[in-house]
Write a protein that binds this ligand. Structure first.
Ligand SMILES: Cc1cc2nc3c(=O)[nH]c(=O)nc-3n(C[C@H](O)[C@H](O)[C@H](O)COP(=O)(O)OP(=O)(O)OC[C@H]3O[C@@H](n4cnc5c(N)ncnc54)[C@H](O)[C@@H]3O)c2cc1C
Length: 193
C-alpha cells in the first residue's frame, strides 16, 4: 500500500518520501488476486498494463486437495475484453512493477532500511524519526501516511486502537508449485458438484 500511495502522490506532482524498514521488497507470500475495485485503482495508477503483462488473466479460481479433488471454487466474473477483469500477480512482483514506475518521478524517493520509530506532530508539520544503519534520522513533512501493515507502528504511535478479536488457532500457509495436468480453472468449476 505504501509504494502504491507513493506512486499516486508522485503522479499528482506531490513531493513524497517512502520509508521502508526492510532493505528490499519483501517476497513473503501475501496478496495475489485483484478484482474490480483494485484493478480500477491499478489502472488509475498507470500500472495495469504492466501488471497484466506479468500476471494471469484467469477467470475462475478453485481450491483442491493434493490428489486434485476440488474442495471449493468461485467464478470471478471474467467478461472477455472487459478492462476491469480480475488479474493475479503476487504482491512482491506487483511492488516491483510499482517501484519501476516510481523511478520516473524525481519528486518521489524511497528510503530502504528506514524503520519508523517516532512521530511528533506540530501545528505546521509532522516529524518522523527513522532507525537507520547510520543511526536515527529525522524527516519533516506536511502529512504522514501510515501504511505499515497490521502491526503498524504508526497506528500505535498515534494511539489508534486495532479493535477486533484473535482466533484461538493459527492458520498455516504452505506455498508450493504443483502440476495439475494443465486443467483450466474453467474446467474445475464445470466439474464442481
Ligand atoms: C496470505 C495473505 C494473502 C492475501 N491475499 C490477498 C489477495 O489475494 N488480495 C488482496 O487484495 N489482499 C490480500 N491480502 C491482504 C494484503 O496483503 C494486505 O491487505 C496488504 O498487504 C496491506 O498493505 P499494508 O501496506 O497495510 O501492509 P504490508 O503489505 O504488510 O506492508 C507494510 C510494509 O511496512 C513495512 N514496515 C512495517 N513497520 C515499519 C516501520 N516501523 N517503519 C517502516 N516500515 C515498516 C513492512 O516492512 C512492509 O513492507 C493477503 C494477505 C495475506 C497475509
Amino acid at each position: 500500500m505504501g509504494t502504491f500511495v507513493t506512486l499516486r502522490l508522485a503522479r499528482a506532482g506531490i513531493k513524497v518520501l517512502l520509508f521502508e524498514a526492510d532493505p528490499q521488497p519483501n517476497s513473503a507470500p501475501r496478496a495475489a488476486v485483484y478484482t474490480g475495485p483494485s484493478v480500477f485503482e491499478l489502472q488509475r495508477a498507470g500500472v495495469l498494463d504492466d501488471v497484466r503483462a506479468l500476471g494471469l488473466q484467469n477467470s475462475d479460481v478453485c481450491w483442491r486437495k493434493a490428489n486434485g479433488e476440488i474442495i471449493a471454487g468461485l467464478d470471478r466474473g471474467f467478461v472477455p475484453e472487459h478492462p476491469l477483469n480480475p488479474v493475479t500477480l503476487d504482491q512482491f512482483r506487483l511492488e516491483t512493477v510499482i517501484l519501476k514506475h516510481l523511478e520516473k518521478y524525481p519528486n518521489a524517493k524511497v528510503f530502504w532500511n528506514h524503520k519508523v520509530v517516532e512521530l511528533e506532530d506540530s501545528a505546521e508539520f509532522a516529524t518522523v524519526t527513522c532507525e537507520t544503519v547510520d543511526g536515527p534520522k529525522k524527516y519533516t513533512s506536511g502529512y504522514v501516511i501510515g501504511a505499515d501493515g497490521g502491526k503498524s507502528t504508526v497506528r500505535k504511535l498515534i494511539d489508534v486502537k486495532f479493535e477486533g478479536f484473535t482466533w484461538p488457532f493459527t492458520i498455516g500457509i504452505l506455498v508450493c508449485q504443483l502440476s495439475v495436468n494443465k486443467i483450466s480453472c474453467h474446467e474445475c468449476l464445470l466439474s464442481l458438484p
